[in-house]
Design a protein. Structure first.
Length: 264
């Protein structure tokens, strides 16, 4: 049995106010540390929201929210993941970073699919590479919010050996039921755990309320835990070995018929 305790921080994000968001986040990290979480996942753009991205985006080497995540990881001896706007020569990317319990950066994934309803393509450059990384708690893959609407991406992560996929999001309340069934579907289709943490509350720059309902789904698509509305640190205990058990019992990857449905 490979037990992993996941902490999902479903928080209200103050758009354009990184100091406030960092102050809001830090007490929850203490709670996650006391709960002996192995992994803490923060929602999409947890430090800035959708206001002031161009003003506050920084290079990775001098990124303040990145430094905070690294310090939290090292202080509490847990993995910490969250997305931040990173500035590069050709533009800004919405980047999901994973820090190890020693505070080292072990993986970076840049959001591939930019959400048209929020006009993300006017602010961000899309990523172009999928990422799966080996860690001491399992083999972890990455998606960000709108990415989960693309089953091809989720399937490729499974074929790359992902056992747990992290899904930080800022998903609107009008599409709540789509959020709930899509994350369970991705878990069931690919027989891995999905740890999906969503922002909650209103937004200053976009006329939408974020839906909350952060959740963890297991390799059968069943819900392990799910939040409702409101700010909460949600804890879930999972057994990573359940992935291999599910794939042995129902070997979906081996039974695929690409000779029939491969797209030319």
């Amino acid at each position: 049995m490979r037990r992993v305790r996941i902490a999902l921080l479903q928080m209200r994000v103050e758009d354009g106010d990184p100091d406030s968001n960092i102050s809001r986040m830090l007490p929850y990290t203490e709670t996650a540390g006391r709960a002996e979480a192995d992994l803490l996942v923060l929602p999409e753009l947890w430090s800035i929201g959708y206001m002031g991205v161009e003003e506050h985006a920084e290079p990775l080497e001098s990124c303040t929210p990145c430094r905070i995540m690294a310090e939290v990881a090292e202080e509490h001896g847990m993995y910490v993941a969250g997305t931040v706007p990173l500035r590069e020569e050709d533009g800004i990317r919405n980047s999901l970073l994973l820090y190890s319990p020693t505070g080292d950066l072990v993986a970076r994934y840049d959001k591939i699919h930019l959400f048209p309803l929020f006009q993300e393509h006017h602010v961000f450059k899309p990523g172009s590479s999928l990422v799966v990384v080996d860690t001491r708690i399992g083999r972890i893959g990455f998606m960000i919010c709108f990415d989960q609407r693309f089953p091809e991406l989720a399937r490729k992560l499974g074929l790359m050996g992902a056992e747990l996929v992290l899904l930080p999001s800022a998903w609107g309340k009008p599409r709540l039921e789509q959020w709930r069934f899509t994350l369970r579907s991705r878990a069931a289709e690919n027989q891995y755990f999905v740890a999906a943490v969503n922002r909650w509350g209103p937004c200053k720059t976009i006329p939408v309320e974020f839906a909350g309902h952060s959740a963890v789904a297991d390799p059968w698509g069943d819900t392990v835990v799910e939040a409702g509305f409101g700010e909460i640190l949600l804890l879930a205990d999972i057994d990573i070995d359940e992935v291999a058990k599910a794939r042995r019992k129902l070997p979906l990857h081996r039974l695929r018929r690409e000779d029939v449905y491969r797209l030319e």
